[in-house]
Design a protein around this ligand. Structure first.
Ligand code: GRF
Length: 184
């Protein structure tokens, strides 16, 4: 199976996917919307070709998504894994990769969707939060849930320690769930 990862930032989840020994799938393309994102250095390290685009160079979301689709098809990609991709996926990509686009989100959805989910949970004083892997639909973090893992927020947690513990769960959960999805 050939897949692409979409990321806008650090790419620790991308790295976890690349480092996973059990993952039985080829990541053949990284799609990134930010020229300066450090995930691009990681793509280089793992020898994964990157398609970097600037949305401002296109007149519409459909335009840049069509460009992305051309790159994906050229590379033979059938699955897309979002890992910190900070854009709403539009109908163009959704229709072409129906039920083949998966995201990871650092909360127990439907709680705390959108940006800074870890900070949202922390500031709300939640006692429990977690990680969700889900299919993408037209909403923000609303698609059908595939897997979740929870963790307790300790009274001595800071936002930073909470983030570290959540990321540790993400890096283990995402590759495992991807495998289950591809070979069920
Ligand atoms: C992760 O917390 C992921 O759940 C969210 O964005 C973050 C990306 O982190 N969607 P990284 O770039 O993989 O380090």
């Amino acid at each position: 199976v050939k897949a692409a990862v979409f990321a806008s930032g650090t790419g620790s989840n991308f790295a976890a996917i690349m480092e996973s020994e059990e993952l039985d799938c080829d990541i053949v393309l990284l799609v990134c919307d930010k020229q300066e994102a450090s995930v691009l250095e990681k793509a280089e390290k793992y020898n994964v070709p990157a398609f970097v685009f600037n949305p401002k160079d296109f007149s519409s979301k459909a335009d840049y998504e069509n460009e992305i689709i051309a790159k994906l098809q050229e590379a033979g990609v059938t699955w897309i894994f979002l890992a910190g991709y900070m854009r709403i996926v539009g109908p163009t990509l959704l229709q072409t990769f129906d039920r083949k686009i998966v995201n990871i989100h650092p909360s127990l959805l439907p709680a705390f969707p959108g940006v800074d989910a870890i900070g949202q949970a922390y500031k709300a004083g939640a006692k429990t939060t977690g990680v969700t892997v889900h299919f993408i639909d037209a909403g923000i973090d609303t698609g059908p849930i595939i897997a979740q893992e929870s963790l307790d927020i300790h009274s001595d947690d800071t936002e930073e320690t909470l983030k570290q513990r959540i990321q540790k769960i993400e890096h283990e959960l995402y590759p495992r769930v991807i495998n289950q999805l591809l070979y069920r």
